[in-house]
Design a protein around this ligand. Structure first.
Ligand code: PSV
Ligand code: MN
Length: 405
């Protein structure tokens, strides 16, 4: 297979530095980024929903969009489902349709935040019947995992309070743990539970799982099958996420990611659009663990973005490409030299090593990887030329939308 002069030049430079480009390409080809079904339907801000032409109206259309993102990127072979947004009477048929369009079903996300009953919370609701309702919904999702072959239950709770004195923190902590325990005990063989934290919203006085510490505590008390999910949007602006990532990896408790960007605070900004340096540093920790034979990890890489301004499929392709870029750069870090500089307390050199990797133009490398995977080297341009957007804009008109908006 022929390769571009830019790729050949990069390959030569890297080989001179002792970096095995073939090994790096193998890693890049194995990257796996899951996209969220809810990223393909109409969604909104707190203030309103802005409808988009061609937005997916039901689970089948969401699978088609996810499959399209995979077709153009080659590295997003699964889609996460949100229940009841993606609920169906026939899970076997949905699973088959996913396979038919070329996508697998990934994490199952229960929704215990949207029904009117959850106004005062779900598993920490003061009313025991609502707590029961939330647990039952999660158990229903465990059942859906079995029916779809999913091996991940991904949990996020909107539970919190807005006023001092509104609730008893310790009681709520116990309710949270009891609920998680019941669901944990029902998990099928060889599956995991991911516990996501968020420091604020919808409650602003306190949140029951506000940070990695609270999620880690629950996951640790529950056992091996429970791990923490890091959503990049769910941190205060100054927090060092790569440090959290390193800590969780070292404890065997990093289970997954929700990629987006914290500038918006939550789910609606493209990962790596504002702070690609941060994403590179996060990936630097992930690659360090991946290359360490003494560290075992099983991390689910998922996007959690619901675009209101950008066309949804395009935004997903762009996000996947940003994640490929960050991973490629992190793979180029000279690990031995970094360890040496760290041991010698040579701070300037250590930082320069990271900068050199981050400054490398990895586009020719990614283009080559895509070519070797049978994809177009320029996924976004290829998608734009494909006519998919024009097609869905014409055909997805009217009808009822099943989803959060
Ligand atoms: C909550 O903000 C969250 O990050 C959770 O992962 C939800 O499942 C998702 O967003 C819903 O959009
Ligand atoms: Mn999330």
């Amino acid at each position: 297979m022929s390769s571009s002069p830019a790729y050949n030049l990069l390959a030569e430079t890297l080989e001179r530095q002792g970096i095995q480009i073939e090994t790096i390409k193998t890693y890049l080809k194995q990257q796996h980024i899951e996209t969220p079904s809810w990223g393909y339907g109409n969604s909104g801000t707190r203030f309103g929903v802005f409808e988009q032409p061609g937005a997916a109206r039901n689970a089948a259309e969401r699978l088609e969009d996810a499959a399209t993102v995979h077709k153009f990127t080659g590295v997003s072979p699964t889609v996460a489902l949100h229940i009841p947004w993606d609920k169906t009477d026939d899970w076997g048929a949905l699973k088959q349709y996913a396979a038919d369009v070329g996508i697998g079903i990934g994490a199952i996300n229960p929704n215990v935040f949207q029904d009117q009953e959850y106004k005062l919370g779900s598993v920490c609701n003061p009313h025991s019947d609502i707590r029961r309702m939330a647990i039952d919904h999660m158990l229903e999702c465990v059942d859906i995992m079995e029916k779809t072959g999913s091996d991940l239950l991904s949990l996020w709770f909107a539970d919190g309070t807005n006023f001092p004195g509104q609730a008893n923190f310790r009681k709520r902590k116990q309710w949270m743990f009891n609920a998680l325990s019941e669901v944990y005990d029902a998990l099928p063989e060889a599956t995991r539970m991911l516990i996501e934290y968020k420091f604020f919203e919808p409650a602003f006085y306190h949140t029951d799982l506000a940070d990695w510490g609270t999620a880690y505590l629950m996951a640790t008390k529950l056992g091996e099958k429970a791990q923490v999910l890091v959503d990049l949007g769910h941190h205060p602006q100054g927090v060092n996420i790569e440090f959290i990532v390193a800590y969780l990896i070292d404890e065997g408790k990093l289970g997954g990611f929700h990629f987006n960007c914290r500038k918006y605070a939550d789910d609606d900004l493209t990962v790596g659009s504002i702070n690609p340096q941060e994403l590179f540093l996060i990936y630097t920790e992930l690659v360090a663990a991946e290359l360490d034979p003494d560290t075992e990890t099983d991390i689910a890489y998922m996007i959690d973005q619901s675009h209101n301004l950008k066309p949804k499929v395009e935004a997903s392709i762009q996000s996947v490409c940003n994640l490929q870029k960050a991973y490629a750069k992190a793979l180029l870090v000279d690990r031995d030299a970094l360890a040496e500089a760290q041991d010698a307390a040579d701070i300037v050199e250590a930082e320069s090593i990271l900068q050199r990797a981050n400054d490398t133009d990895v586009n020719p490398l990614l283009e080559q990887v895509r070519l070797e995977m049978g994809c177009d080297p320029h996924p976004l341009t290829a998608y734009r030329k494909s006519g998919y957007y024009e097609k869905i804009s014409k055909t997805r008109v009217g009808g009822e939308s099943q989803g959060w908006a």
